[in-house]
Design a binder for this molecule. Structure first.
Ligand code: NAD
Length: 496
């Protein structure tokens, strides 16, 4: 395996070795309890590293480091703060190859995807918020001939950032960058399932000379170290991305503590495909929206509603493409579909396919685990799966599967399509595929999701509000929304 063999030549980052450590006060250190968890490579099913099983004591240390760093960081000249963020971005770009390789190995995603999307986006997150440092402004309200109000936006203080496994460095940095840009010190925790690139970020911070204690990175289980971060009295805001059930648990714990809380949670995203769409382009894009990253993107389309006039044609084309997409070793340069992130997750996704069959669904493509070749014989590979014939209230149309499994059903009118799309507890992202502009605008207005893409998917402008409604979360990330979340507004009123 060329990419694996090349691992040590690709980087001067030490954390490519397979026991990773916490990053506290600018230094790597073992968890205080000296306890470690196994890190499993999804493509091989084998343990390939160890990660700290941190707890409350490590959080305590990280908070102390952040407390010490905070006064200087929050009062740093904005241009200097921006320079640090820009330097981190540049170093991520410089380390594209090793970071992409680590991400592919740790998560099971195709290395080409990590190189094209995950790692460049992590760099963009830091670049974007480096600029935001100097562009962020606050309001002033004049009261005629009486007084003027101005609003200060001050850093919250020490904040916690907790992220999931599906886009590891991409989502980790999407929180950390604005938190730092706004002048906070950060205690961050990546998913215990994909900790590697987060660990490497510490070394990048060392390299660019980020002041000690400004960013602290802890590893371990959500229920222990994640929960300790959320509940620490000196951590004043939590930005969380993950499952809806976890979000509900955190919200329940934190409500009486009155912390700022941003929750980016699960989705069950509808794609509305109309007879008048550009069919060839739509087939390709909807296929990508369904199966990119093995369907493990919170924004992936998972419920396809296709207007009856093109239903059969669209369905056959999609099924044909799915049958040709063979999961393979994520470290091969030409792999388009990699491994499911863990055995537990694979079993969960497979269990939904069984439920679909029991509830009357027909498997049009896929549905089965695949054995990999060579080193991947014990990996967690699953065929891209398309299911037809389920009612809209069926389990697979209502619960998030978060894997390469989609359902497809026909509709006749715009009203039907809208009703089907909105019959969901979730409300993250929808896509609409049509050449009728007025229909597209009307539906976009009425659909209950935080994000709507028309004739595209995952086209991102980092200035726009990002997030969902209902069971998909509370609050928005991105652009000014993120800068507002990570600051505390204070109104000052001066009477003339
Ligand atoms: P998860 O909820 O199991 O874990 C997410 C993170 O929370 C991990 O770091 C985990 O260790 C931590 N955690 C778990 N329990 C915790 C607790 N009690 N207190 C504090 N932290 C805790 O989610 P996952 O399986 O890692 O990720 C998949 C989910 O994330 C899916 O539902 C997906 O839709 C969602 N997601 C949402 C978005 C979005 O922007 N809306 C983006 C990506 C993923």
């Amino acid at each position: 395996m060329d990419n694996v063999d090349n691992l040590s030549n690709l980087s001067n980052l030490k954390n490519l070795d397979n026991t990773i450590e916490n990053f506290i006060d600018g230094q790597y250190q073992a968890p205080l309890n000296n306890n470690y968890l196994d890190n499993i490579e999804p493509a091989t099913g084998l343990v390939y590293g160890k990660i700290p099983n941190s707890d409350q004591d490590d959080v305590e240390q990280a908070v102390k480091a952040a407390e010490q760093a905070l006064p200087a960081w929050r009062s740093l000249d904005l241009e200097q703060r921006a320079d640090y963020l820009m330097a981190i971005a540049q170093e991520i770009e410089h380390q594209l190859e090793p970071l992409a390789l680590a991400e592919a190995q740790d998560n099971g995603k195709p290395i080409s995807l990590a190189k094209m999307v995950d790692i460049p986006r992590a760099a963009s997150n830091f670049k974007f918020f480096a600029h935001a440092c100097s562009q962020f402004a606050s309001e002033s309200h004049a009261m005629n001939n009486t007084a003027i109000n101005y609003t200060l936006r001050q850093p919250v203080g020490i904040v916690g950032c907790i992220s999931p496994w599906n886009l590891p460095l991409y989502l980790f940095t999407w929180k950390i960058a604005p938190a730092l840009a706004a002048g906070n010190c950060v205690i961050a925790k990546p998913s215990e399932i994909t900790p590697k690139t987060a660990a490497m970020l510490g070394e990048i911070c060392q390299k660019v000379g980020l002041p000690k204690g400004v960013l602290n990175i802890l590893h371990g289980n959500g229920a222990t170290v994640g929960s300790a971060i959320c509940n620490h009295p000196k951590i004043k805001a939590i930005s969380f991305t993950g499952g809806t059930a976890t979000g509900a648990e955190i919200a329940t714990q934190l409500a009486p503590k009155f912390k700022k809380l941003s929750l980016e949670l699960g989705g069950k995203n509808p794609a509305l495909i109309f007879d008048d769409c550009n069919i060839d382009k739509t087939i390709n894009e909807v296929f990508r929206a369904s199966f990119a990253n093995q369907g493990q993107i919170c924004l992936c389309a998972s419920r396809l509603y296709v207007q009856r006039g093109i239903y059969e044609k669209f369905k056959s084309a999609l099924v044909e493409k799915a049958k040709k997409l063979i999961p393979a070793d994520p470290l091969l340069d030409d792999t388009k579909m990699g491994a499911i992130v863990s055995k537990a997750h694979l079993d969960k996704v497979l269990s939904y396919i069984e439920i679909a069959k029991e509830e009357g669904g027909t498997i049009l493509a896929g549905g089965k685990q695949v054995l990999g070749e060579g080193r991947c014989q014990r990996g967690y590979f699953l065929q891209p799966t398309i299911i037809e014939g389920l009612s809209n209230s069926a389990t697979c149309n209502q619960q998030e599967i978060f894997g390469p499994v989609i359902t497809i059903q026909p509709f006749d009118t715009d009203e039907q399509a809208l009703a089907l799309a909105n019959e969901s507890d979730y409300g993250l992202a929808a896509t609409i595929w049509t050449n009728n502009l007025s229909r597209a605008h009307q539906l976009a207005e009425q659909i209950n999701t935080g994000i709507v893409w028309i004739n595209c998917w995952l086209l991102r402008d980092l200035r726009t509000p990002f997030g969902g409604m209902n069971h998909s979360g509370v609050g928005r990330e991105g652009g000014l929304e993120a800068m507002r979340f990570f600051t505390e507004p204070k109104n000052v009123c001066i009477k003339y």
